[in-house]
Design a protein around this ligand. Structure first.
Ligand code: SAM
Length: 238
């Protein structure tokens, strides 16, 4: 269970109404029951229900069951698609391990808003479900051009370019991932409509770009996100 509270031996955690409802009403836990807690920074802790009530309760931290994990310094940048598919991308990014999730508005983005708060809650749920102790930050929607204007020097960009699908550059792109300097990375996935010519030209001219093809077929954005994350993790991950 994710709690927004410091965790440590003997630490008591007061529960809000919604959490109490979930633990005692839905999960039917009673005083003395054990559960696992994490807060994104103190690792995972075994805790015990000290008080259980309809409107609240108290948990007590006992022992640490997992140290804090810190995923590789990898960002996933993507153009939001329809809600269920955006949810899927956020969920898979948490499962496959990234530090930050950055939704961007590009020239052909068809969904112009994203409910970042909802996506943050969705990231917490995904972390709970997969036993992660880290929850990536979900940034507010921003323009791709603005993100590139303020790009942090040295961060490599794995640019998933559908125009290269099946081209000879697929292997070259992957080799560049391996041979390039270590250091932080970002993966960029475009919207359903792909990238505009202007964006593609800018991205190819950008000094930190490594264009990559994800195979001979054009993948849906959410498939491309999973494929790119898996590929990156297999080449450069821990
Ligand atoms: N409408 C575009 C077209 O028909 O060319 C396809 C866009 S695709 C649905 C969405 C995004 O997934 C692309 O912008 C790209 O980032 C990524 N993508 C999909 N297939 C890819 C491939 N084979 N290689 C590299 N990137 C791919």
């Amino acid at each position: 269970l994710y709690v927004d509270h410091p965790l440590g031996q003997g630490q008591t955690i007061p529960l809000e109404r919604a959490q109490a409802h979930y633990l005692f009403g839905v999960m039917r836990l009673e005083a003395g029951a054990e559960l696992l807690l994490f807060n994104g920074s103190d690792g995972e802790w075994r805790a015990e229900v000290a008080q259980a009530g309809k409107r609240g309760g108290v948990l007590v931290c006992r022992v640490q069951s997992k140290p804090q994990e810190v995923p590789p310094d990898l960002w996933l940048i993507f153009a939001p698609v329809k809600k269920a598919r955006t949810d899927f991308i956020v969920e898979k990014a948490v499962e496959l391990g990234v530090r930050r999730i950055l939704p961007v508005q590009s020239d052909f983005t068809n969904s112009e808003r994203i409910r970042a708060e909802k996506q943050r809650a969705h990231a917490v749920e995904a972390a709970e479900q997969c036993g992660a102790t880290f929850v990536p930050e979900v940034a507010d929607l921003q323009k791709l051009s603005g993100l590139l204007d303020g790009w942090p020097a040295g961060r490599r960009l794995m640019f998933c370019d559908e125009a290269q699908a099946g081209g000879a550059s697929a292997q070259a792109g992957l080799a560049a991932l391996k041979d390039g300097p270590a250091g932080p990375w970002a993966i960029l996935i475009g919207p359903e409509g792909g990238f505009s010519e202007a964006e593609r030209a800018r991205l190819h001219g950008f000094e930190f770009t490594h264009p990559v093809a994800l195979g001979p077929r054009i993948l849906r954005a959410e498939t491309a996100a999973v494929a790119a994350l898996t590929l990156w993790q297999s080449v450069l991950g821990d």
